[in-house]
Design a protein around this ligand. Structure first.
Ligand SMILES: Cc1ncc(COP(=O)(O)O)c(C=O)c1O
Length: 341
């Protein structure tokens, strides 16, 4: 899709072509290449490449914002660096250096400035770093060769008509990840496994699936592409689990909740506790917070309701985070990286 740069308010949370992406390639004998700027939307990948057959692929997602003061801010780039590197280590792929990731993310923004949504449109620039294994082999072995690419796309606000609660389904019969598997890293394989349960829930009218812990199916884990949190009695409560992705948004919300004087509990949350929550939500880079109005348990057929409007604590957290991203509130925790133009 080509971006019509004048139609910012029409953008959805979707992929729109931009002018440039940046790339590095890795070979064991040469190490990482210099950063290359490319106008090509396609990658040169061999037919037998590990990424096409054995899931040697990982990615990240983060946003750059044009602030109220005209400055460009990338939100929590340093945390993205660490998570990307941990995904690469888990897939036995060459690990891009911190400087490579930072330079790639800032350069892709600088080179696509005409696609960066202006302040006040609700839109932002989504950055998508991707690493794939490109070694050719029929043996299931780690890929020695790799491509690391960062591209970007302007994206509209997740909720175009304002923040609206969603309905999610608990599915005890399907897992996103295994108990001692790869749930805590951001790799393509985890998302492949979540597609069928997602489609099933979607056909039943739900916008996401809330997965349980894959070992005992007793505790809340997370959603297809977002962490879960709840609010009760002045507490921000979120699952502690080795099988969920450590969400950078959730990490930020926990800090903001503490700043607001809430208590933060990170612990196992039994499914039955859903009954007692005042507010529930999904959190992630795309939406910041998607409040939940209903959680339906597909197997017990029990529904839990949280109201048709976003709750007061969720709304306050949402605005506090967004204000930091747009430079409207002081960045006291040092979360923003300013992109020099
Ligand atoms: C499985 C999963 N959990 C949680 C998140 C939220 O993470 P973040 O806040 O870093 O975007 C995402 C989205 O990136 C995700 O895909």
């Amino acid at each position: 899709m080509q971006t019509d740069v004048r139609e910012w308010s029409e953008l959805s949370f979707d992929y729109y072509s931009t002018d440039y992406n940046v790339r590095y390639s890795y070979r064991p004998d040469r190490g990482w290449s210099e950063m290359q700027l490319s106008e090509d939307e396609f990658l040169p990948v061999p037919l037998a490449a590990a990424c096409l057959h054995y899931g040697s692929s990982l990615f990240e997602g983060l946003k750059a914002f044009r602030g109220a003061d005209g400055k460009i801010r990338i939100f929590r780039l340093e945390d993205t660096v660490e998570r990307l590197q941990s995904s690469a280590r888990r897939l036995c792929l060459p690990v891009p250096t911190r400087m490579m990731i930072i330079e790639a993310c800032t350069e892709v923004v600088r080179k696509n400035l005409r696609h960066l949504p202006p302040y006040g449109t609700g839109a932002a620039m989504y950055l998508r770093p991707v690493e794939i294994g490109t070694s050719t082999s029929f043996g299931v072995t780690p890929s020695a060769n790799a491509l690391f690419v960062v591209f970007c796309s302007p994206v509209g606000p997740y909720f175009k008509e304002g923040i609206r609660p969603i309905q999610v389904a608990v599915d005890r019969e399907q897992d996103r990840v295994s108990a001692n598997g790869t749930g805590d890293v951001k790799i393509g394989a985890n998302y492949a496994a979540s597609l069928l349960p997602y489609q099933h829930a979607h056909e039943m009218g739900f916008q996401s699936v809330l997965f349980l812990d894959p070992k005992e199916h007793k505790y809340l884990d997370e959603c297809v592409a977002a962490n879960f949190f709840a609010v009760r009695d002045g507490k921000y409560i979120t699952p502690k689990s080795s099988t969920i992705l450590p969400s950078i948004t959730n990490k930020s919300l926990k800090q903001l909740a503490l700043d607001m004087g809430l208590e933060v509990e990170e612990r196992q949350i039994p499914v039955e506790e859903l009954e007692s929550f005042e507010e529930c939500g999904c959190c992630g880079t795309g939406a910041i917070i998607a409040p939940i109005s209903e959680i339906y348990d597909m197997q017990t057929k029990k529904s839990y309701f949280y109201g048709r409007e976003v709750g007061p604590v969720s709304l306050q957290l949402y605005h506090k985070l967004q204000d930091i991203q747009y430079g409207l509130a002081e960045d006291i925790h040092g979360w923003n990286t300013i992109v020099e133009e």
